[in-house]
Each structure stands twice: as structure tokens, then as C-alpha cells.
Write a protein that binds this ligand. Structure first.
Ligand SMILES: N[C@@H](CCC(=O)N[C@@H](CS)C(=O)NCC(=O)O)C(=O)O
Length: 222
């Protein structure tokens, strides 16, 4: 039995972040899928793991010595994995660098991702009558705001092949994951060449591509 269980869903980009980090750290885990469209993440059993009713949840079965725990919130899980398995690091070793990487990651994780979430889209549909085009316009408004700010920040000298230097950090993990949402909503990325170049670098790494939605066991077979 694996020490770790990831409660997640193939298309969930917050889950994808955790999958990349686990792959980078070389940690095996059990994959448990929750079909979001079937509301599997709203079952009583899942709400005991994460009362927010959102994936992912990360279960640690460390036995008597390490104890057992369920972690929620993908960015907190990433920080936990980095603290407990420091190699390779997901954050730079200097405080200013860490602040920069966290800020880049949070442009996506805090300011862009939440507005495209299923429950938010369902709400604007239900309460304000937003149709497919309306939901797309809603997503694109906020995603462009975030991508434009990120592209500007990536002009800073600290940027290398990746968001911060030449090795991937949690900022790259968030960037790579968000690209799948951008793609689903047809976001035009022409104005963001640095983001595209960094995403291309991520696509060269199996830790990233093995975490991609279509590489997961619950993805539809084509
Ligand atoms: N801030 C949370 C967000 C988690 C989240 O929004 N998960 C999405 C999938 S990417 C979800 O469970 N959505 C289900 C819903 O909206 O009902 C995190 O980073 O873990």
C-alpha cells in the first residue's frame, strides 16, 4: 500500500499541480478519482476528507511514526511536499527569490484559477443566466488580466528558461497547469510569448507531462 493517496480528478488543474510535485520528488501515490461532473466530490465520505468539497485532498498514511493526516489546498500541499522532500526544490534558496516565485504562482493560483472553477461557472449560469459564450467571456476577462501581469513579471532578469532561473519551481507548476484551462476556454496566448516559451520547457519534462490530464487513469480513452 502506498504511503500517499491523492484524491483528485484528471481534469482538475489544482490536482495536476500536486501530481507534478509528486512526480518531481519521485513519490509514488495511490490515485483516487472523483468525477466532478457527477458531484462525487460532494459525497459525505469526501466531505469528511475536505469539508470544502473541492479536489485535491492529499492523504498521508505514514504509520505509527509519521502519523496520518489529510492535507487540502494544493499550494499548501506543494509547500508540505517541498519541506518534507527538499530535493529537487520547488522554491529558490533565498527569501527574495521565494517571495518572487510565490507571487508568480499566486497570480495564477489565487487570482486566475478560482474564477474559472466549476462551482463559480455554475453559479453565474444559474443566477445570471450566463450561457456558454458568457462563461467563456467571463473566464477570458480574468485570465487575460492574470496572463498579462504574469507576462510582464516574466520580463524581470530573474526569469530564465523557467519562471525563476533555469529549473522549475512552483510558479512553473501553476503556469503549466493553468495552460490546460486556458486551452479549454480558447484563450488567445499570442500576446504572451514568455509564458508560452516556459510552458514549452515544462512540456520537455516527464514529471510534468506524466501529470497532464489525458495521461491519468480516469481520463476518457480516445
Ligand atoms: N484553492 C483550492 C482550489 C481547489 C479547486 O478549486 N478544485 C477544483 C478542481 S481544479 C474543484 O474541486 N472544483 C469542483 C467544483 O467547483 O465544484 C486548491 O488549490 O486546492
Amino acid at each position: 500500500m502506498s504511503e500517499y493517496i491523492l484524491h483528485n480528478y484528471f481534469r482538475s488543474t489544482t490536482s495536476l499541480r500536486v501530481r507534478v510535485a509528486l512526480n518531481m520528488k519521485g513519490l509514488a501515490y495511490e490515485y483516487v478519482s472523483y468525477a466532478l461532473l457527477d458531484k462525487a466530490h460532494k459525497s459525505d465520505a469526501y466531505l469528511k476528507l475536505n469539508p470544502q468539497g473541492l479536489v485535491p485532498a492529499f492523504e498521508i498514511k505514514g504509520g505509527e511514526i509519521k502519523g496520518e493526516a489529510v492535507l487540502t489546498q494544493s499550494m499548501a500541499i506543494l509547500e508540505y511536499l517541498d519541506e518534507t522532500h527538499p530535493t529537487p526544490p520547488l522554491l529558490p534558496d533565498d527569501a527574495l527569490g521565494r517571495a518572487r516565485v510565490r507571487a508568480l504562482a499566486q497570480i495564477i493560483a489565487l487570482d486566475v484559477h478560482p474564477i474559472g472553477n466549476l462551482r463559480v461557472l455554475h453559479y453565474i449560469e444559474r443566477e445570471f443566466g450566463a450561457d456558454g459564450a458568457g462563461k467563456k467571456a467571463w473566464f477570458q476577462e480574468w485570465a487575460h488580466a492574470g496572463m498579462a501581469a504574469l507576462e510582464t513579471r516574466l520580463q524581470e532578469t530573474e526569469t530564465g528558461l523557467f519562471c525563476h532561473g533555469d529549473t522549475p519551481t512552483m510558479a512553473d507548476i501553476c503556469l503549466y497547469a493553468q495552460m490546460f484551462n486556458n486551452d479549454r476556454f480558447g484563450l488567445d496566448m499570442d500576446a504572451y510569448p514568455t509564458i508560452m516559451a516556459i510552458n514549452h520547457q515544462c512540456e520537455q519534462l516527464t514529471a510534468f507531462t506524466d501529470a497532464a490530464p489525458l495521461a491519468q487513469p480516469d481520463a476518457p480513452k480516445t
